[in-house]
Design a protein around this ligand. Sequence first.
Ligand SMILES: O=P(O)(O)OC[C@H]1O[C@H](OP(=O)(O)OP(=O)(O)O)[C@H](O)[C@@H]1O
Ligand SMILES: O=c1cc[nH]c(=O)[nH]1
Ligand SMILES: [Mg+2]
Length: 208
Amino acid sequence: MSVYEIRHPLVRHKLGLMRNQKMSTRGFRLLASEVGNLLTYEATKDLELEEYQQDGWCGSVTCERIRGKKITVVPILRAGLGMLDGVLELIPSAKISVVGLYRDEETFEPVSYFDKLASDIDQRMSLVVDPMLATGGSMIATIDLLKKHGCTTIRALVLVAAPEGIKKVQEAHPDVDIYTASIDSHLNEQGYIVPGLGDAGDKIFGTK
Ligand SMILES: O=P(O)(O)OC[C@H]1O[C@H](OP(=O)(O)OP(=O)(O)O)[C@H](O)[C@@H]1O
Ligand SMILES: O=c1cc[nH]c(=O)[nH]1
Ligand SMILES: [Mg+2]
């Protein structure tokens, strides 16, 4: 498995804005989507292409299109929805597979409350989106579920990742690549990423 920290200046700039305690709900939501878009661009840059012929303005022209596996985007509720628009802007015909999980505040264990996956997920590449990879429990549970349904190609896109969570995901699912805008310092005693973004779900939904 590879971990890609995307250090593009636009990503660094936008993530810096998201870390500002005074950032509005509207601004945070917009930025989550924009960084999600940039991570998608990076996470899809090795998709295989195939050539095809079509009629252009001056006759037949050889073009390229994405070959083989189609994509399903997998937002982890709630906070993953904040990245979804940005991902779909680049992959508008992707199917969406929703996974509902919340993290128990005391044990940090993920608790499942909903899922609805694309019926042909075994033939698709999954792009799992969630702003935060903290202990890694939510991401591991999601990947477990996708694999249980036959999905074989999975990439994780997260805005901020903790080293502890990356290690856990690597151990549990060595075949899954992680794309992140930042590998931060560590987790605090409450399981929050430092410096992180705070509670991404609350910031995106304007709760609390
Ligand atoms: O790596 P982990 O330790 O599992 O933590 C990360 C999870 O915690 C947050 O969700 P949360 O449980 O707050 O749910 P929400 O999106 O509904 O706010 C976040 O969006 C991840 O899903
Ligand atoms: O830092 C963290 C950890 C888990 N969930 C969040 O929203 N933020
Ligand atoms: Mg939350």
